[in-house]
Ligand binder design. Structure first.
Ligand code: NAD
Ligand code: MG
Length: 356
């Protein structure tokens, strides 16, 4: 068993809590700022980092009174400067500015850049001693051992934002971590859950981008259609929680109401439930070890009525087994898989590659 790097001793929390968001203009970044906007005075926005959407980045920086706004795209510096003219917001651009922003005195850094591009700035935030709200699962898939060992060395809390890992974090019995018998990650099954292999092989980008339950950025939506997302999450769970590869299971649960479960040696299974809305796990990570209001819809089980479960079909969705295999191989196998997947998803999104 690996040891969990999440400390069970709550950090003393300063208020307002100084917050930096890497990937502020994306789906997780926007949801994070939405939660923050419901809590005036509770958070102080230090830095907002985005890429090409300068208009939105500037709007966010103005609305949240950010100290610093950074675009990763060096060619967009002037546009950002113009968009923030007449404000006190400092502006910067380029990869080194992104890393510098990640180190800029925040209590909590929300790591919400998509893909391995998030690794360098998120590691920089760890080394600067900030707690990490970790949405960017590719950090752990591509460099899980290094990332968690640096988190331990610098004594920082890694708070899982991914809904499954956040659910597990919420139901983890910290006094009995050695009594965990199984961690069960739930999966919606994505838009092709009921499709035949033949239909899946002809899937279009438009169909793959239509997730039945979650509204997310394009890369993770495609990963959900191939169920690679669940495989990446298996690797993520391996690094976050004290479980061996064989103790990590995946269960298809199309309603996305149970966000994951932990089974203990005594037969108890603890689950976290909620409507499928990332603002709940985001709120939990922003306020941990406390809880704050989130504007996500309340779960009404009388409306949901039925919760169903299915085993994963490895024939139609081989990516989960593939990820499990890379964990067994260890070393750089998960890193290589992550890189190959990023390239394949990008090629599929730009219609240069078919789905299978
Ligand atoms: P997104 O595509 O909506 O947003 C990505 C953000 O990263 C944007 O702000 C973009 O400007 C920024 N970005 C992209 N490339 C960059 C670069 N090279 N340098 C700096 N910034 C860059 O993605 P998302 O759906 O918000 O997902 C973000 C991360 O969170 C992913 O790792 C994803 O797997 C994870 N996640 C997302 C969800 C969700 O509901 N969206 C749920 C769980 C986990
Ligand atoms: Mg998830």
């Amino acid at each position: 068993m690996t040891a969990s790097a999440i400390s069970c001793i709550p950090l003393p929390q300063s208020e307002p809590r100084r917050l930096t968001i890497l990937g502020a203009t994306g789906s997780i970044g926007r949801s994070t700022l939405d939660v923050v906007s419901h809590h005036p005075g509770k958070f102080e926005v230090v830095a907002l980092v985005g890429n090409s959407n300068i208009k939105l980045l500037a709007e966010q920086a103005r609305a949240h009174n950010a100290k610093l706004a950074v675009t990763a795209d060096e060619t967009k510096l002037e546009a950002l400067r113009e968009a923030l003219a007449g404000t006190d917001v400092e502006v910067a651009a380029g990869q080194s500015a992104v890393v510098e922003a990640a180190q800029r005195g925040a209590d909590l850094v929300m790591a919400a850049i998509v893909g391995a591009a998030g690794l360098e700035p998120t590691l920089a935030a760890v080394r600067a001693g900030a707690a990490i709200g970790l949405a960017n699962k590719e950090c752990l898939v591509s460099a899980g051992d290094l990332f968690m060992s640096e988190a331990k060395t610098y004594g920082v809390d890694v708070l899982p934002v991914d809904s499954e890992h956040n659910a597990i974090f919420q139901v983890l019995d910290n006094n009995n971590l050695d009594q965990i018998s199984r961690i069960i990650l739930t999966a919606s099954g994505g838009p092709f859950r009921t499709w035949s292999l033949e239909e899946i092989s002809k899937a279009t980008t438009e169909k793959a981008l239509k997730h039945p339950n979650w509204d997310m950025g394009p890369k993770i939506t495609i990963d959900s259609a191939s169920m690679m997302n669940k495989g990446l999450e298996l690797i993520e769970a391996f690094h976050l929680f004290p479980a061996s590869i064989d103790q990590l299971d995946v269960l298809v649960h199309p309603q996305s109401v149970i966000h994951s479960m932990v089974e203990y040696e005594d037969g108890s299974v603890l689950a976290q439930l909620g409507s499928p809305d990332m603002r709940t796990p985001i709120a939990y990570s922003l306020a941990w070890p406390n809880r704050i209001f989130s504007p996500s819809p309340r779960l009404r089980l009388e409306e949901v009525q039925t919760l169903t479960f299915e085993a994963v079909d490895d024939q139609r969705f081989p990516s989960i087994s593939l990820c499990r295999e890379t964990l067994r191989q260890g070393h750089t196998a998960p890193t290589i898989l992550n890189a190959a997947n990023e390239i394949a998803v990008e090629a599929f999104l730009s219609k240069r590659l078919s789905f299978q």
